[in-house]
Ligand binder design. Structure first.
Ligand code: SF4
Ligand code: SF4
Length: 299
């Protein structure tokens, strides 16, 4: 078993007899591992055997990150096979769809942030106006196909609270509705995992996720489930610092959406509305002249 984040907690006094398989997915930097550590620690406190495994090799480059948490009276394998996850918690919309086949058919719980982080390879055609290959399914379509769950703008909720990075804790709060242990215990677990200076914002984010209620369904669409928020608009900004740009044209040539152009000796953002926030320009600029921000709500 992997070491758990804090062994100071005594297990809860009453053992429980059933366990769960929970899969947490997202991309680098979103806090996937924080969620899985919190679940693992809570399960350990309740007297369960816990196994947690993860892949986060590409985390620093915005790559895929996933973590399996399994707890029960006895657990042998650390990984969850397809179709055997009781819960899927996704911090990014396309990742939620990618892992859907791991949920138990008919009864798995689906919890996802509707945030979109569009990778560069979603733009397969360089033709202006070509359709992106990013997942097109809407939250209402996906949540409606599952027995239980919700899709919410966790990043927007966390941003409104003061820190978009707490979106993972918003989802943890949502998960606690199903994994219904006392809120005070969840707060203790969060305090044990997050840096001291972020405890307050993380507690608030947890409470906000737990208290989240879906917007009223569209009156014109009686079939729409009442558990999915609409996909939020992308709120992306790209800035090029002319003082740092040496006019190499790399970003202009490689932007998949052709958002950038040369204006005299420096690059400028010509069509900001077309930007998907893929960060190719930011990664490839040899002079660190480009800054891309992808926020959950408008600045
Ligand atoms: S401007 Fe930069 S972040 Fe926006 S689509 Fe182009 S390469 Fe991607
Ligand atoms: S890649 Fe950087 S240095 Fe080159 S044109 Fe773009 S912003 Fe300027």
């Amino acid at each position: 078993m992997r070491p758990l984040p804090n062994d100071d907690f005594a297990p809860a006094p009453w053992p429980v007899t059933t366990g769960m398989n929970i899969l947490v997915v997202g991309v680098g930097g979103q806090g996937v591992l924080m969620i899985s550590k919190a679940i693992a620690l809570m399960a350990q406190r309740r007297g369960f055997a816990v196994k947690q495994s993860e892949v986060h090799g590409m985390a620093k480059r915005g790559g895929i990150v996933f973590s399996h948490v399994r707890f029960a009276e006895e657990v042998w394998s650390p990984t969850i096979a397809k179709g055997e996850a009781d819960m899927l918690v996704a911090l990014e919309w396309a990742e939620a769809l990618r892992w859907l086949d791991h949920l138990r058919p008919g009864r798995g719980v689906f919890i996802a942030d509707t945030r979109q982080i569009v990778p560069p390879f979603a733009c397969r055609s360089r033709k202006a106006g070509a359709a992106s290959a990013y997942a097109r399914e809407t939250p209402a379509e996906i949540v409606g196909r599952h027995a239980d769950g919700c899709a919410l703008d966790a990043t927007g909720i966390a941003t409104a609270l003061g820190d978009a990075r707490a979106a993972n804790t918003v989802l943890l709060g949502r998960l606690s509705v199903w994994l219904d242990y006392p809120v005070a215990e969840w707060h203790e677990v969060i305090d044990a995992i997050v840096p001291k200076g972020t405890r307050e914002i993380n507690r608030k984010a947890f409470d906000a996720g737990r208290a989240w209620t879906a917007p009223a369904p569209d009156e014109d669409d009686a079939a729409a489930p009442a558990v999915a928020a609409p996909m939020p608009d992308l709120h992306i900004s790209v800035a090029i610092d002319p003082a740092w740009c040496k006019g190499c044209t790399i970003c202009v040539k490689l932007c998949p959406e052709r958002c950038l152009a040369m204006e005299g000796p420096v690059a400028v953002v010509a069509t900001p509305a077309a930007c998907t926030g893929c960060r190719v320009c930011e990664w490839l600029c040899p002079d660190f002249a480009v800054t891309v921000k992808n926020e959950g709500v408008p600045a």
